[in-house]
Design a protein around this ligand. Structure first.
Ligand code: GDP
Ligand code: IMO
Ligand code: MG
Length: 425
């Protein structure tokens, strides 16, 4: 077995990009298996910062094959821009492959995303407005247009025209948007973009990935978003439209579950969330603002301020179970360096009972309040430490508690954004 899955355990932005880049050094292949350019994965190499939205975070190693898998939704303009941005910075992307089975995001997906957000009676999701949800809707409704379809211009046009008719009707008549799509123009624009990335397209990405598995290559699956944004296992409906959990790697890349060797859950040493929806351990004002400023908690994709809160052991236990986490990577521990005390949520109180199983029904969740334990801070700069034994005793105590609550061993501790700021346990 050769497959390792990297999965976000919280509401995204846990530092998956950093951990993927770090581990990619010893890998043969890195695969993105779901999501699209709603993701923003940051990699810091020396004094250079890279923000990746679609391209796997293994791209900085020319010998590592990077695959955008069948489960991803692709905005071609973003893909082309990201590739050209990397080329300008010295990474030629010759190691990048794009699955023909991936679905394409069109302007009407972005418009529908915006329209739904404006109209949503149940409260806004606070999406990234990239058209991700509507594109997945079309995929599952079997109206989607895939990378494959660029090979058949007549079929492409037929599908597009049908979609334009349906979406225009909906946007103009139900959502009160004024749209007037021009099929010829969209076809012209999209085929011009396709020309720029078609050299990266592989016809059967599952054969490429399956071949690597059969050849005992080391393969990393890079999840986007996080467990609590999973459409099945998160805080529905305040979620994304895919399955970021480890199991999503099987469908989004095309291999069997028995191939998975390790599941690395990436967890921030505190919690954040961007967008709407429940967040039991959120701290409003005061300490929440302090964490946001110290941690630079502003969205990588949209620049929105992230909501901040304490580490939630109930969420982590849920993440451990639905992903089958075998190792934990704790990130941003350094952000807590100057705190006098750090709270940790060890259980919820829900209708007079102490519970440890996360309620995925948000109505029930609304009745829960976190039960906290406090830990003393270490009040010391840890950003240069690379050896676990050198960490202050209070930091080690805090990590022990996180591991216990998350029901997994800590194998990596990140103490700064740069590639080298890592402690291997
Ligand atoms: P991702 O979406 O999970 O890849 O995470 P993001 O890149 O959206 O957000 C994580 C942010 O934290 C980025 O700005 C990273 O550069 C930064 N980061 C990652 N690990 C650490 C760490 O250990 N310490 C600090 N201070 N920053 C980190
Ligand atoms: P990475 O991979 C944090 C959130 C949005 C919104 C919800 C639905 O960088 O961790 P969508 O546009 O997906 O329909 O929005 O999901 N969201 C993320 N939050 N990190 C992400 O990705 C996210 N991708 C989507 O803010 O609440
Ligand atoms: Mg991010």
């Amino acid at each position: 077995m050769t497959v390792t899955v990297i999965v976000g355990t919280q509401w995204g932005d846990e530092g998956k990009g950093k951990i993927t880049d770090l581990l990619a050094r010893d890998m043969d292949m890195v695969v993105r298996y779901q999501g699209g350019n709603n993701a923003g994965h940051t990699v810091v190499i020396k004094d250079e910062t890279f923000k990746l939205h679609l391209i796997p975070s293994g791209i900085f190693y020319p010998t590592v094959t990077c695959v955008i898998g069948n489960g991803v939704v692709i905005d071609p303009a973003v893909l082309v821009q990201e590739v050209s941005g990397l080329r300008q910075r010295g990474f030629n992307c010759a190691n990048l492959k794009v699955s023909s089975q991936a679905h394409i995001i069109f302007p009407y997906h972005r418009d529908l995303d915006a329209a739904q957000e404006q109209k949503h009676e149940a409260g806004r999701i606070g999406t990234t407005n990239r058209g991700i949800g509507p594109c997945y809707v079309d995929k599952f409704n079997r109206r989607g247009i895939r990378v494959w379809d660029f090979q058949y211009p007549d079929v492409f046009r037929q599908k597009l025209e049908w979609n334009l008719k349906e979406k225009s009707f909906l946007l103009n008549n139900f959502y009160g948007f004024k749209v007037d799509y021009n099929a010829d123009q969209i076809i012209k624009d999209y085929f011009a973009l396709y020309e720029q990335f078609k050299g990266l397209v592989v016809e059967e990405s599952t054969v490429v990935i399956g071949g690597a598995i059969d050849g005992n290559k080391r393969i990393l699956m890079e999840g986007a978003q996080g467990t609590m944004l999973d459409v099945d296992h998160g805080t529905y409906p305040y979620v994304t439209s895919s399955n970021p959990i480890a199991g999503g790697a099987c469908s989004g890349a095309g291999f069997g579950p028995v191939e998975i060797d390790e599941v690395i859950g990436v967890a921030k040493a505190y919690f954040t969330r961007v967008g709407g929806g429940p967040f039991p351990t959120e701290i409003e004002g005061g300490m929440g603002d302090q964490l946001r400023e110290r941690g630079g908690e502003y969205g990588t994709t949209t620049g929105r301020p992230r909501r901040c809160g304490w580490y939630d052991g109930v969420v982590m236990r849920h993440a451990a179970k639905v992903n089958g986490i075998t190792q934990l990577a704790i990130t941003k521990l350094d952000v807590l360096d100057s705190l006098d005390k750090i709270d940790v949520c060890v259980a919820y109180e829900c209708e007079g009972k102490r519970i440890k199983d996360f309620p995925t029904d948000i109505n029930r969740l609304a009745k829960c309040t976190p039960i906290y334990e406090s830990y003393p801070g270490w009040k010391e700069d840890i950003t240069k430490i690379t050896n676990y034994a050198k960490l202050p005793a209070n930091a080690r105590k805090y990590l022990d508690k996180l591991a216990e609550l998350s029901e997994a061993r800590v194998s990596l501790i990140s103490v700064g954004a740069e590639r080298g700021q890592i402690i291997k346990v």
